[in-house]
Write a protein that binds this ligand. Sequence first.
Ligand code: ARG
Length: 473
Amino acid sequence: MSQKKNTPQTTETTNQQWGGRFSEPTDAFVARFTASVQFDQRLYHHDIDGSIAHATMLCKVGVLSDAEKTQIIEGLEAVRQDITEGRFEWSEALEDVHMNIEAALTERIGITGKKLHTGRSRNDQVATDIRLYVRHETDLIASELKRLQEGLLGLAEREADTIMPGFTHLQTAQPVTFGHHLLAWFEMLKRDASRLQDCRSRLNYSPLGAAALAGTTYPIDRSYTAELLGFNAPTENSLDSVSDRDFAIEFCAFAALLMTHLSRASEELVLWTSAQFNFIDLPDRFCTGSSIMPQKKNPDVPELVRGKTGRVNGHLISLLTLMKSQPLAYNKDNQEDKEPLFDAIDTVKDCLRAFADMIPAITPNKDSMYEAAKRGFSTATDLADYLVRAGIAFRDAHEIVGKSVAYGLETGKDLSEMSLTELQQFSDDIKEDVFDVLTLEGSVAARNHIGGTAPGQVRQAVIRARKAIAADS
Ligand code: ARG
């Protein structure tokens, strides 16, 4: 932040915006303590859009003349340009983005600038700005989320036949296809995408016109400003309008859950890149080395995403706690909504970008995955199901398979590597055709229903998912 101008040099500062009632200037530390311009300046586009809509409406209802409206809008656009091009000097003495812009407008166009604030307050102004900002960021996040989802679908399709162990308790359970595993991640993100749209649809109402808390005495047209700003309608209750931050909480709830999903996937990526699993390779550009151990290639990107989940979860708790005891209507506490919200947005955008770039670049080590699936007796359930089909009760089948596995552990053989005679030690009902189900390929192919791991099902699921994504956008 540039502080060349208006920054208090002494221990006291005067705020022109409300100086009238005060007999001494604000203490310099207090001015700094209560200011938000250091972080809320990022709202400037939305603040200016909101002001332009407000001025346009004031003119329509006869509070401003055409000439005044034009002067204000041109002035605001010039201020916007100054900010965008880095010429604007933000002043802490002017507290926040709203007063900085209004003061700059007045400096530029003179007395007419002072008319802009007619019939509104910073309370409805900031409530409007944050909604516009979150709506804008929501749309950027939705498209990045979609890019990640498309990357997952591409990889799932490519790896529909690739076999890996599926785990429960992180113990090898049954073979699955890698494509199927990736589609599990896709489903989590699908729910996240729909949660984000829910949040967007609930926030898209205009608080502008609620003024400080009770509305205003001017003949304002709230539906018109709502329409100009792309909101569905004005909010219903002025007290609620200036104090409501549900949308910020909902956004952070979406963000925390999304990060939780990315963190779960990250955890798996970290495990899979280890020498012990060796299931996948991440390209070097997503990894870093060690300054002391030359052999190391560390999966920093997924590790960082996993780590950043903590701060986003924290932001959700911050906002819930911020709101829990606030009486109606606006309280200065609300200024504290911004940093957690902004950081949640920034973090989610960065993590989505990292994931969307990284996912399509994953290469599976198919042989390692296949060998790992074989090592853990992952077709034991298939053998039990086979015996059940031959007329044996499931509990007895479970016992027979348990003994076969114990024999396999002793001899170092997977079930599919035993001879028919070896298998028949445990049951006469085992016949030559048992090998169709004992192979990993046979095992995954047999789970051939919606939501199952069979390669054909994975391909069908990818087609359905692509259609669903296309329909949403
Ligand atoms: N910077 C303030 C915020 O972010 C703007 C609203 C100030 N309103 C007030 N009555 N002090 O909440």
